[in-house]
Design a protein around this ligand. Structure first.
Ligand SMILES: Cc1cc2nc3c(=O)[nH]c(=O)nc-3n(C[C@H](O)[C@H](O)[C@H](O)COP(=O)(O)OP(=O)(O)OC[C@H]3O[C@@H](n4cnc5c(N)ncnc54)[C@H](O)[C@@H]3O)c2cc1C
Length: 381
């Protein structure tokens, strides 16, 4: 039986374990965190991501967590409504093959599918890795050693596997910071099945109420010094950047959430994703950022295709090269789309905010919506 060691029990790592064990591999997954990270922002699985979830057999479980699409109320800085965008517009922008789930629910569904078939170890990571043409040897932080046919670095944007085995300097930092957290109870002024969203020059804030215990806040803003923002800490930084707002965002920022996602926005650009029997996958290899809206989908697509390539090729290095050649164009396309999409989350000026408003208003017209839907379907093919 071939053996794989997977570093990181996020979406990419768990999906890889699921696919490889289906193909007869023995998989061990190491997760640095003491337990599954259930906190969450909302992710859309669109097109390829939905197809990968289907091939991995996850669709029935994911459908039970599907939050569906909601109405968006665009608001002014003081919280007064500007106009309402019906859920049909969101439907047009994601296309027909789409699921909306909390990231934590996606990880839970993956973990439930994986835990019976793979060895998932929390609170453990690698401390040293070396390889020869026939094996990879890894020393683990629990004092044990693993000898495997394949080591998969699925340890996210700040991948230690990437730094240790491929060196530093593959992160391209964009001038933005992003924060997101779940909320209980819901925020006053954000009706059920709606999102209250403020889009201003250089920043976006939204509070999404998908129903009881299903509220989530999201903040993205432009900053010349993302590291200084991170050093401030999530809530002080978000309150400084959005403290002047009223309405839903103010309500969200007045709470003391425990589980806040807060990070700089970076892409990962690497000349190669593998070396011998070591491969990177997901954000560790090609982070496209939240501005692309396809990171989770690409992580699952990558995992599914990695399994297929390993099945189709007689040696691991050949399989990894073929897998990368097939997948790289999609990640390059999504990274380019993310760089263009940044303007939607942080328009450069008030003029661009007004242009964005006009575009959203136009999309409430059925004819324009149909054109948008067709464009999205082409992009997600
Ligand atoms: C606000 C926001 C909204 C988003 N919206 C969408 C969306 O709508 N659609 C979409 O498709 N994508 C979206 N994304 C992107 C998506 O969440 C990521 O691309 C995806 O989670 C990447 O998965 P991953 O498994 O590669 O990395 P991660 O999710 O970062 O998982 C990495 C795992 O590795 C673990 N780890 C880290 N270091 C080590 C170590 N040294 N040893 C062991 N374990 C380690 C971590 O604890 C973590 O569990 C969004 C992202 C953000 C921030």
């Amino acid at each position: 039986m071939k053996r794989a060691l997977i570093v990181g029990a996020g979406i990419a790592g768990l999906a890889t374990a699921l696919r490889l064990t289906r193909d007869g591999w023995h998989a061990t997954v190491l997760e640095r965190a003491p337990a599954l990270r259930t906190g969450g922002y909302v992710v859309n699985l669109i097109g390829l991501g939905c197809d990968a979830a289907d091939r991995l057999g996850l669709l029935p479980a994911l459908r039970r967590h599907d939050l569906g699409l909601i109405t968006t109320v665009l608001v002014r800085a003081d919280g007064r409504p500007k106009f309402t965008v019906p859920s049909a517009v969101a439907e047009a922008t994601v296309g027909p093959r789409a699921l909306t789930v909390f990231r934590g629910d996606l990880e839970t569904v993956l973990h439930e599918a994986v835990r019976e078939v793979a060895d998932v170890r929390f609170g453990v990571t690698t401390t040293a890795v070396d390889q020869d043409p026939s094996r990879v040897r890894a020393q683990l932080s629990d004092g044990t050693t693993e000898e495997v046919d394949l080591l998969v670095g699925a340890d996210g944007l700040h991948s230690a596997t990437r730094a240790a085995l491929f060196g530093d300097g593959h992160r391209v930092d964009l001038p933005y910071a992003v924060g997101a957290f779940p909320l209980t109870p819901p925020v006053i002024g954000v009706p059920e099945r709606s999102s209250v969203t403020f889009i201003g020059a250089g920043r976006t804030a939204g509070v999404m109420n998908f129903g009881p215990h299903r509220t989530s806040a999201f903040f993205a803003y432009r900053t010349g010094d993302p590291s200084a923002e991170l050093a401030r800490g999530p809530l002080p930084a978000l309150r400084a950047a959005f403290g002047d707002l009223g309405g839903g965002p103010a309500g969200a920022l007045s709470t003391e959430p425990e589980d806040v996602y807060f990070d700089a926005v970076s892409q990962v650009v690497m000349p190669r994703w593998s070396d011998g029997r070591v491969v990177l996958i997901g954000d560790a290899a090609w982070c496209v950022t939240l501005f692309a809206g396809h990171g989770a989908g690409l992580a699952m697509t990558g995992a599914d295709r990695l399994g297929a390539a390993l099945k189709d090729h007689s040696t691991v290095p050949e399989a990894l090269a073929a897998w990368e050649a097939g997948l790289r164009p999609e990640t390059v396309k999504r990274q380019a789309m993310a760089r263009r999409g940044m303007r939607q989350f942080a328009p450069p000026s008030e003029f661009h905010v007004r242009l964005g408003d006009l575009a959203l208003r136009a999309m409430t017209l059925p004819g324009i919506r149909t054109l948008v839907r067709r464009g999205v379907e082409r992009a997600n093919r």
